[in-house]
Design a protein around this ligand. Sequence first.
Ligand code: SME
Length: 160
Amino acid sequence: MEREQKEKIYRQVAKEIRATLEGETDLTASMATIACLLHHSLDYFFWTGFYRVVAPGELLIGPYQGTLGCLRISFDRGICGAAARSRETIIVPDVHQFPGHIACDSNSRSEIVVPVFNNKGDLIAVLDVDSAEYDAFDEVDKRHLEEIVTFLRGKTTLPL
Ligand code: SME
């Protein structure tokens, strides 16, 4: 996708996400909203969602949009694990070239994984986006997705 077009869509979707989350304190509902709005706004997004840190070194799927994903990923596996370990965004232009990539769906060809932090700076999740196209993600995706996940700060999921 053209850089200008991408920028335009991200600016619009970020605005929509911000408006929808206004006043919402629930973390799960907010993650679901982000996954949904991103997934349906950017046509090169094939799988869009979160893996939450549920135990030391362990990620658990959800909320997400797309085909079936692997349920649990440990920090020592895959691109999600690598981003969780390094606490930095990872862009992989060709997942087949990434040692240890976890192929949940063989249609996935490139990927970006963005760490999600709470207000204290603890890693609480990663946002994982896969594309069926090679080399779909760049600095524009990184900058906007890193900004969008900051909208989750200060939100918590309370037990019912
Ligand atoms: N490809 C990821 C696994 C998650 S799925 O893409 C949904 C990885 O290697 O971390």
